[in-house]
Design a protein around this ligand. Structure first.
Ligand code: FES
Length: 584
C-alpha cells in the first residue's frame, strides 16, 4: 500500500501506511480499532497511544497523528475498543400474528376451469397481489412440479418455491442504536426466538454522538460511508446468525428496524444535514417500507423491511418502539429513554407528548476524565461504607475508568458524605476537614492534573478519579433530563397524581441505581410514583412489531396521536435548566 512500516509491538504485527495516513485509521485497518469518542476531533483524548519514532517514545492522539515514517505503536488492551455491555432481552409471545405467512399447494393443472388460470389457485383472498417477477417464477415452477409453497406478506405473494418439508421462514427485529446494534432473529413459522446478536455500530469509528455523524455525512462521500458502515454491521449480525442457524440468509423474509432520527436517515441513505441545526428537519418521518435488496442487506432476495416512523426532531423510531413496548395502556406514564441522547414522553398511546433533550454523552462516560463505556475494567458501582470505598468493576478486573452507572453512584455518595456541596462544588481538603473533621477519605481530596479531584482508586500506574469539571458535566446532563420532564408534565396538563408510573428505558437506565439517580436529581422525584426500568424498550417494541398485528396498529396510533415539543425553543425550559443545575 505505502512505504511506512507501522509495527504494533505488543500485538507483534506490522502493517504499512501511506504517507499522511492517520494513525487511528491505520489501527482500525490493522484490526485494533480505538474508541474515537469525539469522532477524531482531538478533543476527548481517548485515543492517546504511545509511539516510538527514531528510538524516542511519546504519547500522541492517534486521531490527529499522520504517519510519515516508520513507527512502533505500543497498544495495550485497554486502548482497543471493546464491545460494551449490550441489553438484548428477547420476548416470547403466545401467538404469532406477523405479516409473513406460507401455504403449501398442490396445483392441479387439470382442474383449472376451462379458459381459466393458475394464479387463482394460490390466491388467499380476492385482493391477492403478485409481482411480475414472482409470476414468472410461478409459471416456470409449475412446469416442473405441482407441489409448491407460496410465501405471502399480508396478501401479497412474496415468493413462490418448490415445496420442501419443514421450510422455516425467518424474520429479524433490529434496534439500531447510536452505539450498539442488536438483532433479534425469529423463526416466524413457529414464532420462536432463535438468537440475539449484537455488535458495536460501525459508525462509532467516526464519532460517538449523532451530531458528529451528521457533520461527517456532510463531507464528500460521508453519507455513503456511514450508510455502508451500518449496512455492514447489520450484515455481520446476519452472518453470525447464519453461522449458528444454517439457511437463515436464504429464508430471511422480513426485517423491522427502529432507531433515532439520525440512525433512520443514515440507514436509508438520506441526507441528515438539516437534522443537525434548527429547525431539525428530516427527509421523512413516515414509516418507510422497501425491498431490503435496495440497501444491500443480506437475506432472501424478496426480503422486505420496514423502519418505524419518527415523531419529530430527534425523537425517532426508537422512541416509538419503546412506547409500543408498553402496550395500549390506559394509564398515563412518564417515559425516559436514556442513551446517547435523552428522549422523553408523557401520556398514553391516544395522546403522547414527546421531546428530546441534549443531555450529552457524559452519562455514557464520554467527556468525563476517567469515563469509559460499560466494558471490562469500568467501575459500575461505588459506595462509601465506614469511611472506606467499595467498588464493583466489570469483569472483576483492575479498574481502568468509570462507566455511567458508576458516575451516578459516585456523585450521589460524595453528596451524601459532604465531599460535594449542593451547588456541585467539590470541597478542597482543608475546607472539608474544617466542616466534617478529619476522616480517612479526606486525603482522597487532591489536585490531579491541576484540577480539584476526588481519588477513587490507584492501582499500579492507573489512577481513577472524578474532578470538578466532571461534576459540572453531570450537572448539565441531569438538569437537561429533569427539566425536560418537568416541562412535559406541565405541557401535558396532567397532575402528578394522574401519572401512574415513571418508565426508564435504555442501557444506561437499566444499570443505574435508581435511588442514587433520584438523589442527584437525574430523575424527577415525584412522591409515591413508582419508577421502573424496562431495559431495552426499543428492542422489545421492534420485536413486538415483527410478531404482532396489534403492535402494528398501535404504532400507527402512536404516530398519529403524538405531539412533539421542541425544548430548545421553550423559554420555560431554559429557566428550568438553570434552576435544576444544583443538587437538591
Ligand atoms: S482526541 Fe482522538 S478521538 Fe478524541
Amino acid at each position: 500500500m505505502g512505504k511506512n512500516e507501522v509495527f504494533f509491538v505488543n500485538q507483534n504485527k506490522i502493517v504499512f501506511a501511506k504517507d499522511g495516513e492517520i494513525l487511528s485509521d491505520v489501527c482500525d485497518r490493522a484490526g485494533y480499532p480505538l474508541d474515537l469518542v469525539c469522532g477524531g476531533k482531538g478533543t476527548c483524548g481517548k485515543c492517546k497511544v504511545t509511539i516510538e519514532v527514531d528510538e524516542k517514545q511519546s504519547e500522541v492522539l492517534a486521531c490527529l497523528t499522520e504517519v510519515n515514517r516508520n513507527i512502533s505503536v505500543y497498544l495495550i488492551k485497554n486502548d482497543i475498543k471493546k464491545d460494551a455491555k449490550i441489553l438484548s432481552n428477547g420476548i416470547k409471545l403466545k401467538e404469532y400474528r406477523g405479516c409473513i405467512s406460507k401455504k403449501d399447494f398442490e396445483i392441479d393443472k387439470y382442474k383449472v376451469k376451462h379458459c381459466g388460470n393458475y394464479f387463482d389457485q394460490i390466491k388467499i383472498d380476492d385482493n391477492t397481489d403478485i409481482s411480475l417477477g414472482n409470476l414468472m417464477k410461478f409459471s416456470n415452477l409449475i412446469k416442473k412440479t405441482n407441489d409448491i409453497t407460496v410465501i405471502y406478506e399480508n396478501n401479497e405473494v412474496l415468493d413462490v418455491r418448490e415445496k420442501t418439508s419443514d421450510l422455516d421462514l425467518y424474520g429479524a427485529a433490529v434496534d439500531i442504536g447510536t452505539t450498539t446494534v442488536v438483532m433479534f432473529l425469529y423463526n416466524i413459522t413457529n414464532f420462536e426466538l432463535m438468537g440475539v446478536y449484537s455488535a458495536t455500530n460501525g459508525q462509532t469509528s467516526v464519532g460517538a454522538d449523532v451530531i458528529s455523524r451528521i457533520l461527517y455525512a456532510s463531507n464528500d462521500d460521508g453519507l455513503k460511508q456511514l450508510n455502508d458502515k451500518i449496512i455492514k454491521t447489520i450484515n455481520q449480525l446476519i452472518d453470525k446468525a447464519e453461522e449458528t442457524h444454517k439457511g437463515v440468509v436464504g429464508n430471511l423474509y422480513k426485517m423491522i428496524l427502529c432507531g433515532n432520527s439520525t440512525m433512520q436517515q443514515l440507514f436509508l441513505n438520506l441526507n441528515p444535514e438539516n437534522l443537525g441545526t434548527s429547525p431539525f428537519l428530516s427527509v421523512t418521518q413516515d414509516l418507510v417500507k422497501g425491498n431490503a435488496r435496495e440497501l444491500n442487506i443480506k437475506g432472501n432476495k424478496n426480503m422486505k423491511f420496514e423502519f418505524l416512523p419518527l415523531l419529530g426532531g430527534f425523537v425517532g423510531g426508537d422512541t416509538v418502539s419503546v412506547l409500543a413496548s408498553l402496550g395500549d395502556t390506559k394509564e398515563n406514564k412518564l417515559v425516559i429513554d436514556l442513551g446517547t441522547n435523552g428522549e422523553l414522553a408523557i401520556g398514553k398511546p391516544g395522546k403522547y407528548l414527546v421531546a428530546s433533550t441534549a443531555c450529552g454523552p457524559a452519562l455514557e462516560g464520554a467527556g468525563i476524565s476517567c469515563g469509559m463505556r460499560g466494558t471490562e475494567g469500568a467501575i459500575e458501582r461505588f459506595k462509601i461504607l465506614d469511611d472506606e470505598i467499595k467498588i464493583d468493576v466489570i469483569g472483576n478486573s483492575q479498574p481502568t475508568g468509570i462507566c455511567g452507572s458508576g458516575i451516578v453512584d459516585i456523585i450521589s455518595e460524595l453528596l451524601d458524605h459532604n465531599f460535594i456541596d449542593r451547588t456541585g462544588k467539590l470541597l478542597d481538603k482543608e475546607e472539608y476537614i474544617a466542616k466534617q473533621g478529619r476522616t480517612k477519605l479526606a486525603d482522597n481530596l487532591m489536585e490531579i492534573d491541576g484540577i480539584k479531584s476526588f481519588l477513587i482508586n490507584r492501582d499500579g500506574n492507573k489512577t481513577v478519579y472524578i474532578n470538578q469539571k466532571d461534576i459540572r458535566q453531570i450537572q448539565l446532563a441531569k438538569s437537561a433530563i429533569v427539566s425536560g420532564c418537568k416541562i412535559l408534565i406541565k405541557e401535558s396538563g396532567l397532575r402528578e397524581e394522574e401519572i401512574s408510573e415513571i418508565v426508564l428505558s435504555g442501557a444506561f437506565g437499566n444499570y443505574i441505581n435508581i435511588k442514587n439517580a433520584v438523589n442527584i436529581g437525574l430523575l424527577p422525584n415525584i412522591k409515591d410514583i413508582p419508577i421502573e426500568s424496562i431495559g431495552n424498550g426499543a428492542g422489545l417494541g421492534v420485536q413486538k412489531y415483527l410478531l404482532s398485528k396489534e403492535t402494528r396498529s398501535l404504532v400507527n396510533k402512536i404516530k398519529e396521536n403524538s405531539q412533539h415539543i421542541e425544548l430548545s425553543m421553550n423559554r420555560e425550559f431554559q429557566n428550568e435548566y438553570i434552576s435544576n443545575m444544583h443538587f437538591e
